[in-house]
Design a protein around this ligand. Structure first.
Ligand code: UDP
Ligand code: MG
Length: 318
């Protein structure tokens, strides 16, 4: 029987965790009779009673036989929690899902079905918007637009951390060593063909989301910076435009005033010449900054030490 690992990050979910486990997760896992199961909770340093509740929940007869709780020393964030879960997972595949009920465990069989028919990675995609309020909505739209502009074409808008990775994808993911990490982004970077499952992002069983607008903004910036060096280079292009324009303006000014004796009658004072010169120099500074940025980005790429390539399949005639 194939082993399926289920990875669940948990942070401050004391109010909802019992209902989630007893009413949703455990019953759904029970239905998967054709698989061996391994359930891994990562308690991400919850200061509330989450850990105590988990400790008693795993004793419940409906919990899978192999159920582990890994408890962090403090809150390291969901990305670290997922990474720990994937590294610990021994399964032939691993499925990650939230512990607040927003990613319905009833979809797990669908994920497994796609895996059985050959998918290396299955990704849950939010159907429509769940975030309330104009700013988060617009923010989410802008985020995916920018991500695309920066050359990331592999991330489908609305894709979530509700994912399945087969053993090959898991091993490749676990080999990535960088510290500043966005799980979704890294999984997409692996490049394997993905299958998608659309689902309605439910409402939280209880408690409040740990990600407020400030944290989401930070996450978005991290996504951009860790996946691409484009933000650094944009200013270089601005610099080139400024330099070229101010250079042309300077040449025009010189010719008009000193060679032709101002036939246009502009009477530009010295301050204008000064302004043109300063703009020109600002352009040069921006360009040189961008060049430095490219060096830094190359150092960053080396430091991340991602594999040069990832092999999907092999076939040989022997
Ligand atoms: N979570 C975590 N560590 C954190 C924040 C969240 O492990 O620092 C868990 C949380 O318990 C939940 C999942 O990650 O299972 C998603 O968190 P949340 O519901 O706050 O985010 P959202 O649903 O808004 O993406
Ligand atoms: Mg949530």
């Amino acid at each position: 029987m194939r082993l399926v690992s289920v990875v669940v990050p948990v942070y401050n979910e004391e109010k909802g965790i019992e209902r989630f486990c007893l009413k949703e997760l455990f019953p759904e896992l029970k239905k998967l009779e054709n698989y061996s199961l391994e359930l891994i909770f990562i308690n991400d340093g919850s200061p509330d009673k989450t850990l105590e509740k988990l400790n008693s929940l795993i004793k419940d007869p409906s919990a899978p036989k192999t159920t582990k709780i890994i408890s962090f020393s403090k809150n390291f964030g969901k990305e670290a929690a997922l990474t720990a879960g994937f590294r610990l997972a021994k399964g032939d595949c691993a499925i990650s899902l939230d512990s607040d009920g927003q990613q319905p465990p009833s979809l797990i069989p669908k994920f497994l079905e796609k895996w059985e028919s050959g998918a290396r990675i299955v990704t849950g995609v939010r159907d429509g918007y769940t975030k309330h309020g104009l700013i988060p909505r617009l923010g989410s739209k802008l985020f995916y637009k920018l991500l695309k502009m920066m050359g990331n074409n592999s991330t489908v808008p609305g894709s979530t951390d509700f994912r399945l990775l087969d053993r090959v994808a898991l091993d490749e993911f676990n080999a990535l060593t960088e510290h500043s990490r966005i799980t979704r982004g890294l999984i997409d970077w692996l490049g394997f063909r993905q299958e998608y499952i659309k689902y309605r992002y439910g409402t939280r069983i209880a408690g409040r989301p740990a990600y407020n607008l400030k944290k989401l903004f930070r996450l978005a910036i991290d996504s951009f910076v860790s996946m691409s060096s484009t933000p650094l280079v944009i200013f270089g292009y601005v610099g080139i435009i400024i330099t070229v324009l101010s250079f042309l303006l300077g040449v025009f000014c010189l010719i008009n005033q000193y060679l032709l004796g101002d036939p246009l009658g502009l009477y530009w004072p010295g301050a204008v010449h000064m302004a043109i010169l300063i703009t020109f120099l600002v352009g040069l500074v921006l360009i040189s900054q961008a060049i430095t940025a490219i060096y830094i980005s190359n150092i960053y790429t080396e430091a991340k030490n991602r594999p040069l390539y990832i092999i999907d399949k092999e076939n040989s005639k022997l």
